[in-house]
Design a protein around this ligand. Structure first.
Ligand SMILES: Cc1cc2nc3c(=O)[nH]c(=O)nc-3n(C[C@H](O)[C@H](O)[C@H](O)COP(=O)(O)OP(=O)(O)OC[C@H]3O[C@@H](n4cnc5c(N)ncnc54)[C@H](O)[C@@H]3O)c2cc1C
Length: 509
């Protein structure tokens, strides 16, 4: 490729335009009015996990019926012994002020005449989830974007893909190198925040959009940082599988409403796996569906809504029913094809409760980070809470912005991506491999086989000059996949979302 090189510099550089990146930029603009802030997004305004969040944000807003202690206890219970209790406390206690900040920025959470309409979700002991109908994420992102447009010091740029961290000879992060369709661009920065989200695209089925290829995680690995708790990936049991399109999430509330899981022989198969059938908990249902899919060649699993009152269903789940219709499916006459799908990465780049990482000058916030809040499993609606609180804390931690003298000679651009011949088929192969061997149920034999396959594909990458943006995404996914497999092999007991059929279950289960 005849590469072109462009250069610029700024004070604060953000990779990611989801809730974490956007709210961090807004806090920085308020705290440091003279700072030049650049926010990059690999996709457009809708390409983030944040945009697709349905349920809402967990925070203690009603002290008459809820308490910080209860939210902390629920979070620790979900995290199954692997949370950092001090971090949980700090994030939970800052929740209400960040909700008020969102409202100040212009967000109207759903409310009744008595105040906020707080929902109760699985694992929560109280009504504490603030929401905007069933499109909370979209509403939050819209408010943040609207606010950013009014800030002349923030430059938001879409379709810009960060491909490596720049660092000084002394090891300080000094910005990002971007990959464009025509070459490279270097943006030097005093402070860099990675808010690039998760890596659901590692799996054949995922609730995450196409941009979720774990880029931030891979950038950190390439820069010599380590990742933590990568084995702990939350799978959502019921994602509609949509051949040729984006898989989309079918809320677990549908099963509470009476929807039944069936196989292609129309059997209510979940009773084979648990006495509660389709109403068993998320992890048990995911494992039941996974086992059922593996039980026979070409076995398929569906969610059956045919017997339900269709009018009430459409009223209660307007977005879901509309999406099904748009895909040409009629829930009143046909079953909906589903699979358990990669949903949320509990692990990530380790950070302290100010968002600081092991590399000076580099901060992280949101799903890419591993703060210690989630432990071995994320409590529903705690991820948007974490993204908002940590974005604020990371912004505060910068202190005074002293522009750095980042001369070109001082910088090291890091790895260049490899070229993978037939990248599309390799990507599909990797996604299937991860689903089968590193999915809802794992064992040592499968994990070792997956590791060997991943290493084999990584070794096949050749030549730096011909590599494309797709090569970069594949290389990132391979590096993240390897980290997930290695961490899964290292675990000696099953906790939270991690289930190895050859390991014992944590005693507290
Ligand atoms: C369908 C769905 C429903 C969910 N529902 C809820 C819910 O109700 N409540 C809750 O708390 N959580 C929910 N979650 C999880 C939650 O949405 C995410 O964990 C959270 O939004 C992550 O925010 P983020 O800002 O860290 O990352 P994201 O919102 O994923 O944003 C990542 C950003 O980084 C950009 N990016 C990626 N790679 C690069 C690169 N190389 N260069 C530049 N930019 C890059 C992307 O384009 C994007 O703008 C849900 C997730 C999904 C998928």
């Amino acid at each position: 490729m005849g590469a072109s090189f462009k250069e610029e510099s700024c004070d604060i550089l953000v990779a990611g335009a989801g809730v974490a990146g956007l709210s961090f930029a807004l806090h920085c603009a308020d705290l440091y009015p003279k700072a030049k802030i650049v926010v990059l997004s690999k996709g457009g305004s809708e390409d983030s996990n944040s945009y697709y969040a349905q349920g809402g944000v967990a925070a203690v807003m009603d002290l008459d019926h809820d308490s910080f202690e209860d939210h902390i206890e629920d979070t620790l219970n979900a995290g199954d012994g692997l949370c950092d209790e001090a971090v949980v406390r700090e994030i939970v206690e800052e929740g209400p002020s960040q909700m008020r900040q969102l409202m100040y920025w212009g967000l109207d959470f759903d409310a009744t005449s008595r105040g906020l309409d707080l929902a109760r979700e699985g694992g929560h002991s109280a009504h504490r989830v603030l929401h905007v109908k069933d499109h909370s994420g979209k509403s939050i992102v819209s408010v943040l974007l609207h606010r950013i447009e009014q800030h002349p010091t923030i430059s938001l740029r879409y379709h810009q893909q960060a491909d490596s961290l720049l660092k000084t000879k002394s090891g300080r992060c000094a910005g990002l190198r971007l990959r464009t369709s025509t070459g490279y661009q270097f943006i030097r920065a005093t402070w860099t925040l990675l808010a690039t989200g998760g890596a659901g695209q590692l799996y054949r089925y995922t609730s995450n959009p196409e941009v979720a290829t774990g880029d931030g995680l891979a950038l950190a690995l390439k820069a010599g940082l380590s990742l933590e708790k990568m084995a702990y990936i939350q799978f959502h049991p019921t994602v509609m599988i949509n051949s040729g399109g984006r898989d989309f999430l079918l809320s677990e509330a549908l099963r509470g409403f009476g929807a039944i899981l069936r196989n292609d022989a129309e059997e209510d198969f979940m009773f084979k796996y648990h006495p509660s059938g389709s109403l068993a908990t998320r992890d048990i249902v995911s494992r039941g569906i996974y086992s059922e899919l593996a039980s026979e060649p070409n076995r398929k699993v569906y969610l059956d809504l045919r017997h339900l009152d269709q009018e009430v269903l459409a009223h209660r789940f307007p977005t879901i029913i509309q999406q099904l219709k748009e895909k040409g499916l009629s829930p009143e006459v046909e079953m909906i094809p589903i699979a358990p799908a990669a949903h949320y990465f509990c692990g990530g780049i380790p950070s302290d409760v100010q968002g600081r990482t092991a590399m000076e000058g580099l901060l992280v916030a949101g799903e890419v980070a591993c703060t210690g809040l989630h432990g071995a499993n994320r409590l529903a609606s705690n991820s948007l809470l974490e993204a908002l609180v940590m974005a604020h804390r990371a912004a505060l931690s910068l202190g005074e912005i002293v522009p750095m003298d980042l001369n070109e000679e001082e910088l090291e651009g890091l790895d260049t991506p490899k070229h993978f011949p037939m990248v599309d088929s390799k990507l599909r192969y990797l996604q299937q491999l991860m689903f089968e061997k590193v999915g809802v149920i794992r064992d040592e034999e499968g994990l070792k086989a997956a590791l060997a396959e991943i290493d084999f594909i990584l070794k096949q990458g050749v030549g730096r000059e011909e590599s494309t943006l797709a090569d970069l995404a594949l290389e990132n996914l391979l590096l993240v996949a390897k980290s997930v497999v290695q961490d899964s092999l290292d675990q000696e007991e099953n906790r939270g979302v991690l289930y190895r059929s050859d390991q014992v279950l944590n005693q507290s289960h």
